[in-house]
Design a protein around this ligand. Structure first.
Ligand SMILES: [Zn+2]
Length: 253
């Protein structure tokens, strides 16, 4: 059986039988991968808490051809993200990232940039008190990396570009903005101002190391949530569970 090593984030961990665990990882080199950790419940030493949700680890596994489940041989921790466990809001944001990846990235679909986005976003939430910005930043970057990038720079119908002060409309059905003139007769639209569009473009393109400095205005938070979070729901065909949980925490659900 060939042996592989890759960096991985634990995105699901559940008990299986008396002594084993079944763990789902998002890995740098193999995308989403499910494996069994034999004896993980009994031998704490062998896996020493590396199989906890959100853990960033170096993973060693065997993979038999034609077998869906990998066999986890050994793991060592790169970063545990312990702060996330201590704060329910941090947990909720971390869970939201993972749920979106689960929904929008296919099985065994390698995507190095999505992997880096998840690592960076978890690290940010671990180290800072998260604001609602982080959800929008993650959404807009993930959408771009998995091929659902919304069009934010000009009207999808007539090509009219952004100009001073003019309001646009975001269409979840079309996946981008339409100008006022082209909006007539269309459903599922939410208003979006030039300031919000600009900050969303920054959130998408800015160097991630500086992203914690990006502050959304109240209006931008409201409009971008209405547009982008709803666009994701439209793509998924349902409201993400972790989004419902976030709303509850924020007293909105
Ligand atoms: Zn137009």
């Amino acid at each position: 059986m060939p042996l592989y090593r890759t960096d991985a984030i634990v995105i699901r961990s559940m008990d299986f039988s008396e002594s084993d665990k079944i763990v789902t990882f998002f890995t740098r080199d193999f995308g989403k991968l499910r494996g069994i950790a034999k004896g993980a419940k009994k031998s704490k030493k062998r896996f020493s808490n590396t199989l906890e949700l959100f853990s960033y680890i170096s993973l060693l596994f065997f993979q038999k051809e034609n077998l869906e489940l990998a066999r986890i041989n050994n793991c060592s921790i790169i970063k545990a993200h312990m702060e996330i466990y201590k704060d329910i809001e941090k947990m909720a944001y971390g869970s939201y990232f993972i749920e979106l990846i689960n929904e929008l990235v296919g099985e065994r679909e390698k995507n190095n940039e999505v992997f880096n986005l998840l690592v960076d976003s978890l690290s940010l939430v671990n180290g800072h008190k998260p604001g609602e910005e982080i959800a929008r930043i993650f959404e807009i970057r993930l959408l771009s990396l998995v091929g659902y990038q919304p069009q934010l720079q000009g009207c999808l119908t007539c090509g009219h570009r952004l100009s001073n002060g003019e309001m646009f409309w975001f269409s979840s059905v079309k996946g981008g903005i339409v100008c006022n003139r082209c909006s007539h007769g269309q459903g599922n639209l939410s208003p979006i101002s030039p300031g919000t569009l600009k900050i969303l473009l920054l959130a998408r393109d800015m160097d991630f190391r500086k992203i914690h400095r990006l502050i959304f205005s109240k209006q931008a938070l409201m409009e971008s949530k209405e547009a982008i979070a709803n666009f994701i729901q439209y793509q998924m065909g349902k409201e993400p569970n972790s989004m419902k949980f976030l709303k509850k925490i924020h007293g909105l659900g």
